[in-house]
Structures are given as structure tokens and as C-alpha cells.
Design a protein around this ligand. Structure first.
Ligand SMILES: [Mg+2]
Length: 287
């Protein structure tokens, strides 16, 4: 990822520190935005995309530790660096336990801060590469499988609903054959962005194979998941894509049943998808 695209949110109630950090990061090529406490930071994160957060600990309304905890719950991949002001009052591991990637004690040397910040960002990038699909930047199959295992455990233990939606672009081979692989790749990216716009924050969306995508929907039964799939099917059919006027997709939906494992749950969605293809494509089937 280009550094140019990185936007850092600096959260501190003291304007002097805030401006110092912003100047430091800007001169190292990062874009910056500021907030004066945790509440304002969370509000900003609702409407803006950030690549990292740097936060002070002691602030009015919502302190940096509570903010860090909230960020790691809502944005598990977001790197957070905590600036601890008064050594001793807050034990250093408090920030890490709350989900911070790193912390640094005040006062610190500018060079040390920059080096540690850059280290945090490169660690984050390595992690991102391990779980994301490089083309579409959504989750890869490996990460999806990890998530589905965890959600199956949760569904089994607490008797919760869990559904899987699998979708596959119809006649995708034709797109590649007629328009070329670059056009095919662009269709995959556009579709991924389109779907991502419509899923909930708690859903896990991944590229499962070539032109096959999977959505894991916690707290959702098969009727709601199929309803959502139908909505997506309609949206995809009505959307204009860059190189190709229109595409359609077929969907298979399954719901967690007692004693399901990763393979059986996905297999039912896959079998349903197969039925959708056989019944003429551009449709939703459930099993
Ligand atoms: Mg403060």
C-alpha cells in the first residue's frame, strides 16, 4: 500500500502535542486528522477511513484506553498506538491488553516515535497481506475459514443463528475470453466493492476462489440470508460495470445446523449454488 494513501487519526486533548504529532507525521508523508477525545475520534471513524490511530490516554469524556478497546472491537485490523503520559499511573500493558499495537511513553524523541510508528505500520501491512486477497482487498479464503470456525463454535455453544451465502459470477469465463483478463480482474474488484457496500459490519466477506465469493452472516437465519442474497442478486443484475455492460451472479445459501463443521456448512451452500447454476443461473437457492 502506498504511504500516500495512509491517513492517521491523532487523538489528544492537548493542542500542542496534537500539532506536534501531526507535523511529525506529515513531514514523513502521512496524511493526518485530529480529534480531542475518544468520543470525537469514534464519531470521525464512523464517517472517515483511517489507516491508523494514535491516542493519548488521559482525555475528557472518553480516555485513550477505553477508545483503544472500542476500536479493537469495531475495527479489529486498525493499528493503534497509545501515548502514555504518566508512567506508573497506567501500567504499560494496559494499552496492549486493550488492543493497542504499540505504546510509547511521554516524553519521547521524535525519531523514536517515527521509527516505532513506521514499524507498527509495516507489521500491520504484513498482517493484512496474510488475510486479504491481493486483487480485491477483501478477506482471502484462509481467513474466511478461520472466521467460520470461530463463528461455528459460537453458534454451537450459545445456540446462535449463522448462515453462509456463496456467490459465483455467471459465465465469468466469457468475460475473460472476450474482454481479456484485465477486464475480468476489474469486474471482480467492482463486484467486491459493490457487495462490501451492502453487507453489515459483522458479516465476513471473502474471495473464496476465482470468481467465487463467500459471505458469513452471524446472527442470521437462512430466510434472512436468502432474502439478503436475493437483494444482492438484484443489485448486481442492475449495476453497470466498467468494461462489460452487465453481469449476473448465482447464489447458494446454507444455515448452521447442529454438528455442522466448516466443510459441511460450506458444502451445503456450494451444493445450493450448483443447483442455482443448473436451474438457469442468476438465482438464489438454499439448502
Ligand atoms: Mg491528555
Amino acid at each position: 500500500m502506498k504511504k500516500r494513501g495512509y491517513k492517521v487519526l491523532i487523538v489528544d486533548d492537548e493542542p500542542v502535542t496534537r500539532d506536534m504529532l501531526a507535523t511529525l507525521l506529515s513531514s514523513n508523508g502521512y496524511k493526518c486528522d485530529v480529534a480531542f477525545d475518544g468520543k470525537q475520534a469514534l464519531a470521525k471513524m464512523d464517517s472517515e477511513e483511517y489507516s491508523a490511530v494514535i491516542t493519548d490516554v488521559v482525555m475528557p469524556d472518553m480516555d485513550g484506553i477505553s477508545l483503544t478497546r472500542e476500536i479493537s472491537r469495531k475495527y479489529p485490523l486498525m493499528p493503534v498506538m497509545v501515548i502514555t503520559g504518566y508512567a506508573g499511573k497506567h501500567p504499560p500493558d494496559e494499552a496492549i491488553k486493550a488492543g493497542a499495537s504499540d505504546f510509547i511513553n511521554k516524553p519521547f524523541a521524535a525519531e523514536e516515535f517515527v521509527v516505532r510508528f513506521q514499524k507498527m505500520m509495516s507489521d500491520q501491512e504484513i498482517m493484512r497481506l496474510a488475510i486479504k486477497d491481493p486483487l480485491t482487498n477483501i478477506y482471502n479464503r484462509r481467513h474466511f475459514n478461520e472466521e467460520i470456525r470461530r463463528e461455528i463454535d459460537r453458534a454451537a455453544r450459545y445456540e446462535r443463528k449463522l448462515s453462509v451465502v456463496m456467490l459465483d459470477i455467471d459465465h465469468f469465463k466469457n468475460v475473460n475470453d472476450i474482454f481479456g483478463h484485465q477486464a475480468g480482474d476489474s469486474v471482480l474488484c467492482e463486484l467486491a466493492m459493490l457487495v462490501e457496500k451492502h453487507i453489515r459490519k459483522t458479516d465476513i466477506f471473502a474471495r473464496y476462489g476465482g470468481e467465487e465469493f463467500c459471505i458469513l452472516m452471524p446472527e442470521t437465519d437462512i430466510a434472512d440470508a436468502a432474502g439478503f442474497a436475493e437483494k444482492l442478486r438484484d443489485i448486481i443484475e442492475r449495476s453497470a460495470f466498467k468494461n462489460i455492460e452487465k453481469i449476473t451472479a448465482s447464489f447458494g445459501v446454507s444455515e448452521y445446523r447442529k454438528d455442522d463443521d466448516l466443510f459441511s456448512l460450506i458444502k451445503r451452500a456450494d451444493d445450493a449454488l450448483y443447483i442455482a447454476k443448473n436451474k438457469g443461473r442468476n438465482r438464489v437457492e438454499r439448502l
